[in-house]
Design a protein around this ligand. Structure first.
Ligand code: FE2
Ligand code: FE2
Ligand code: FE2
Length: 490
C-alpha cells in the first residue's frame, strides 16, 4: 500500500473539504499555464457563440428560434464572464483574451455564423460547437487537479448543466426543423457536419489537446464565405401584418373609461410586442463589437456587453410572458393580434448603434414614473387576473434593473441626467414612421384589430361586449404629441 493510501483523515471525516480524495489530489494534474491555455479556448468558443446568437436573431424569422437565441446569448455571455474572471485570477494583464487561439477554430465558428439556413445554424451550434465545448470541459475536469484548480472546477460545474440544457433544446429544434427539410437539405447537413469536424480537427480539437498529424483534411469554406450581417427584423407566418400600427395600446391603457379586465388584453399585447427589443438590442452590440473587431478598443469593457445581453434576454422573456397570457385565455393571437416590428425596423434602419442605445435608455427611464410600470402592475392586480399581476410585477422589477444598466453604461457619458435624456429624446425624434408610405405601398392597411380581439375575449369570458369598449379606434398616426408615433416598446 502506498503512503497516500495509508493516510486517513481524523475520525473518518470527509477529506479535503469534499473537493476530491487523497489519491486524486496527489496526482500531478495541469499547470497554471496549461489551464489558462484551455480556459482561453473555452472563452473564445463562448464569445463566438454569444456573437453568433446576436448576429442571427434579428433576421431569424421563427419566433421560437429568436427566443432561444436570446436565451443562449445570455447564457454564453455569463459563461464568457466566468471564464474571463478565472483567467484574470491566474494571469496578470494583458490577458490576451481578444486573441484568436487558432486560425482553424476561427474558421469553425465563421462557418457556423455564415450557415445558410435556420437548420444549418442550429445544427452547427447545437450538434457542432456546444457538444465540442462540453466534451472538452469534461476532459478538463479529468485532467486538472481538483484541489489545486478547485476555482476552475467550480465554474465548470456551474456551466455544464447549462450546456446540457442548451444542447437538449437544440436537438429538439433540429428534429422539428428536419421534418420540413428536403432529402437534399439533410444530405447537405451531413456534409457540412463533416466539414465542421475537419475545422475542429485541424485546430487540434476545441481545447487544442489533440495531436496534429499530417493526415488531417484541409478544411473548406462550405458557406462560400459570402455572408453579410442583416439587421432588418424578420418574422414568421404568425406575424401576418408586421407594419400594422392600427391599435394604440397606451391610449387604451390610460383611458379611465375602460376596465382593468379589458386592459389586461392590451398589456399582453404590449408584452408580446417586446419581441422587437431583442431585435433592436442585438444589432447595437453586434455592430459595436464588429465596428472595431475588439470590444475593449470599442470603448466598452466586457461588462457592458454582459449587462446588455442580460437585458436583451429579459425583453425576450417579457414577450414570452405575453404569449403565455394569450395562450392561457385561449386567444389565437396570430389571428387576432397584429404584433408589429415597426419599432425595431425604424431604429435599426435609421440610427447608429449609439443613437439606438440612447433611445432605449430614454424610453426605459420613462417607464419608471407613475404612469409606467407601477401603473401596469396595479392594473394587473385590479383586473383579478393573477397571471397578469404576476408578469407585471416581474416586468417592473426587470425594468428597474434595466434603468440601472442604462445609468451605468449610458448616462455616465453625459454631464447630467437631463443631458442624457435630451440626447435620447432627440435621437428618437429623428426616427420617422413610414405610416403613410407603408399604406400606400400595400404593406398594411393599419386595420383596427381590437374589436375582433375584444369580442373573442368577451365570448371566452361569457360577457356581453360593451359597445363603448368595442368602438375603441385610436391608432398610432393620431397619437398625442407626447407619445411618439413609432410605438414604444417597454
Ligand atoms: Fe427593458
Ligand atoms: Fe421591455
Ligand atoms: Fe417589459
Amino acid at each position: 500500500m502506498s503512503a497516500i493510501e495509508n493516510y486517513k483523515p481524523l475520525k473518518g471525516l470527509p477529506p479535503l473539504a469534499g473537493v476530491t480524495d487523497f489519491a486524486d489530489a496527489a496526482e500531478p494534474g495541469m499547470s497554471v499555464e496549461e489551464c489558462v491555455d484551455r480556459l482561453k479556448r473555452f472563452h473564445y468558443a463562448m464569445h463566438r457563440t454569444w456573437s453568433i446568437c446576436l448576429a442571427r436573431l434579428t433576421s431569424e424569422p421563427i419566433y421560437e428560434l429568436k427566443m432561444g437565441l436570446s436565451h443562449h446569448a445570455h447564457l454564453a455571455a455569463e459563461h464568457v464572464t466566468l471564464l474571463r474572471d478565472r483567467v484574470a485570477e491566474m494571469r496578470h494583464p494583458p490577458l490576451g483574451l481578444d486573441k484568436v487561439p487558432h486560425v482553424s477554430l476561427e474558421g469553425f465558428f465563421d462557418e457556423i455564423l455564415m450557415s445558410k439556413s435556420a437548420l444549418g445554424l442550429v445544427t452547427g451550434l447545437y450538434r457542432g460547437a456546444l457538444p465540442a465545448v462540453l466534451e472538452a470541459m469534461r476532459r478538463y475536469l479529468e485532467d486538472t487537479n481538483l484541489l489545486t484548480d478547485a476555482p476552475s472546477v467550480r465554474i465548470f460545474k456551474i456551466m455544464m448543466p447549462e450546456f446540457e440544457s442548451m444542447i437538449e433544446w437544440g436537438d429538439t429544434a433540429i428534429s422539428a426543423l428536419e421534418k420540413e427539410a428536403t432529402v437534399e437539405d439533410r444530405a447537405e447537413m451531413e456534409t457540412w457536419m463533416d466539414e465542421l469536424s475537419n475545422w475542429l480537427e485541424s485546430a487540434g480539437g476545441l481545447d487544442g489537446t489533440d495531436e496534429l498529424d499530417g493526415d488531417i483534411a484541409t478544411p473548406v469554406r462550405f458557406s462560400g464565405g459570402d455572408w453579410e450581417y442583416d439587421k432588418i427584423p424578420q418574422r414568421d407566418e404568425r406575424f401576418p401584418d408586421p407594419y400594422n400600427m392600427g391599435v394604440h395600446a397606451e391610449e387604451f391603457l390610460y383611458d379611465d373609461r375602460f376596465e382593468e379586465k379589458d386592459k389586461v388584453l392590451m398589456m399582453f399585447y404590449k408584452r408580446i410586442r417586446e419581441i422587437d427589443v431583442p431585435e433592436m438590442m442585438a444589432p447595437i452590440m453586434y455592430e459595436m463589437v464588429n465596428a472595431t473587431g475588439d470590444e475593449e478598443k470599442g470603448g466598452h469593457p466586457w461588462a457592458f456587453y454582459r449587462d446588455l445581453t442580460r437585458q436583451l434576454w429579459d425583453e425576450a422573456r417579457h414577450a414570452m410572458m405575453g404569449e403565455v397570457g394569450f395562450a392561457k385565455l385561449g386567444i389565437d393571437w396570430p389571428k387576432l393580434v397584429m404584433v408589429n416590428f415597426t419599432w425595431s425596423l425604424g431604429l435599426n434602419e435609421q440610427l447608429t448603434p449609439q443613437e439606438r442605445h440612447a433611445v432605449l435608455w430614454f424610453i426605459e427611464q420613462g417607464l419608471m414614473n407613475k404612469t409606467g410600470k407601477r401603473f401596469e402592475w396595479e392594473v394587473g392586480k385590479a383586473s383579478g387576473d393573477k397571471y397578469s399581476a404576476l408578469i407585471q410585477d416581474f416586468d417592473w422589477a426587470d425594468e428597474v434593473l434595466h434603468a440601472r444598466i442604462g445609468r451605468d453604461w449610458y448616462v455616465k457619458d453625459f454631464e447630467n441626467v437631463k443631458e442624457a435624456a435630451d440626447y435620447g429624446s432627440a435621437c428618437w425624434d429623428k426616427v420617422l414612421s413610414g405610416w403613410e408610405e407603408w399604406k400606400k405601398d400595400g404593406l398594411t392597411e393599419h386595420r383596427n384589430w381590437w374589436p375582433d380581439l375584444y369580442r373573442t375575449a368577451c365570448k371566452l369570458r361569457g360577457d356581453e361586449p360593451d359597445p363603448e369598449v368595442e368602438a375603441f379606434d385610436v391608432n398610432y398616426n393620431e397619437t398625442r404629441a407626447d407619445l411618439q408615433r413609432v410605438s414604444a416598446s417597454g
